[in-house]
Design a protein around this ligand. Structure first.
Ligand SMILES: *[C@@H]1O[C@H](CO)[C@@H](O)[C@H](O)[C@H]1NC(C)=O
Ligand SMILES: *[C@@H]1O[C@H](CO)[C@@H](O)[C@H](O)[C@H]1NC(C)=O
Ligand SMILES: *[C@@H]1O[C@H](CO)[C@@H](O)[C@H](O)[C@H]1NC(C)=O
Length: 246
């Protein structure tokens, strides 16, 4: 994914990628099972969910030259020549590769699962109908929670959920496709208003989920690493290419 710097008629416009990384894999017990890893976001972290939805080829990565470094035998749907960042995090945490949620027959969610979808944004209007937007990703997470509860019982399921690491990488598509690629949107909303919508909805999504999660999870949120406002510069590009998808 390429981060574009954009000029927006003199006002700062933030291309936002939010990484919520709770670095909690550390365990004092050497052989203890690692926590799960739950992933939300766009093509930066999609492990193949878009292979299972109706979409356009640009939103998929299940063809060459993807995967050309040979780590995977064939293109998997990752927008990469091999692994993506969450694969390395999983490896570091001694977890298996985290499967895309829509892959059939996932036997066990206790290691976490990946809900990300290439092209997705925070707003449901971003690449609408062609991606799994954040709201839907969070609904899927609720289903995983229910499934864990049925399988493991409430107490154990809550333990899995609260000890898990949550990784979110999303936001750039709301600007590239959702705003620059949509004249109607630009007419309806000024840049700052639109920015407020993206940040507002992202904040809301995290807060709603956060309230539903257990107390121990909310304590752990103190450790959030927030990388926000990655690219803000005037006088660069006037307009990002419309077909840029991340
Ligand atoms: C463009 O934005 C408008 C207004 O939000 C929305 O209704 C429409 O679906 C968007 N168009 C595309 C192609 O996403
Ligand atoms: C979320 O986005 C919608 C448009 O998709 C907007 O109407 C609403 O105000 C936003 N919510 C927040 C809390 O910013
Ligand atoms: C956010 O953008 C402003 C304006 O360019 C900059 O001064 C600030 O350092 C940025 N913050 C982060 C965390 O990158």
């Amino acid at each position: 994914m390429t981060m574009r710097k954009v000029d927006f008629s003199g006002s700062y416009f933030f291309v936002t990628t939010l990484l919520l990384l709770l670095p909690l894999f550390v365990s004092t017990k050497a052989a203890a099972a690692a926590s799960g890893l739950f992933i939300f976001g766009d093509s930066t972290v999609d492990a193949g969910n878009n292979n299972y939805i109706e979409t356009i080829p640009e939103n998929r990565a299940n063809y060459e030259p993807y995967a050309q470094n040979g780590f995977f035998q064939e293109p998997t749907g990752r927008f990469s020549d091999g692994r993506i960042i969450v694969d390395f995090i999983a490896e570091y945490a001694k977890l298996p590769l985290i499967p895309p949620y829509l892959q059939p027959h996932i036997a066990d969610f206790s290691n976490g699962v990946n809900f990300a979808s290439g092209g997705a944004g925070v707003l449901s209007t971003t690449h609408s109908g062609l991606v799994i937007d954040l709201e839907r990703q969070l609904k899927y997470f609720e289903q995983v929670r229910k499934s864990l509860t049925e399988k493991l019982g409430a107490a154990k399921a809550e333990e899995v959920i609260s000890e898990a690491v949550y990784f979110i990488s999303i936001g750039s598509n709301d600007y590239m496709g959702g705003y620059f690629g949509n004249e109607t949107m630009q007419q309806l909303h000024g840049p700052e208003e639109y920015l407020g919508m993206v940040i507002g909805n992202l904040t809301q999504a995290i807060q709603v989920n956060y309230k539903q999660l257990s107390f121990s999870f909310s304590m752990l949120l103190v450790k959030i690493v927030l990388i926000y406002n990655i690219s803000v510069t005037k006088n660069c590009m006037r307009k990002a290419p419309e077909n840029l998808v991340s």
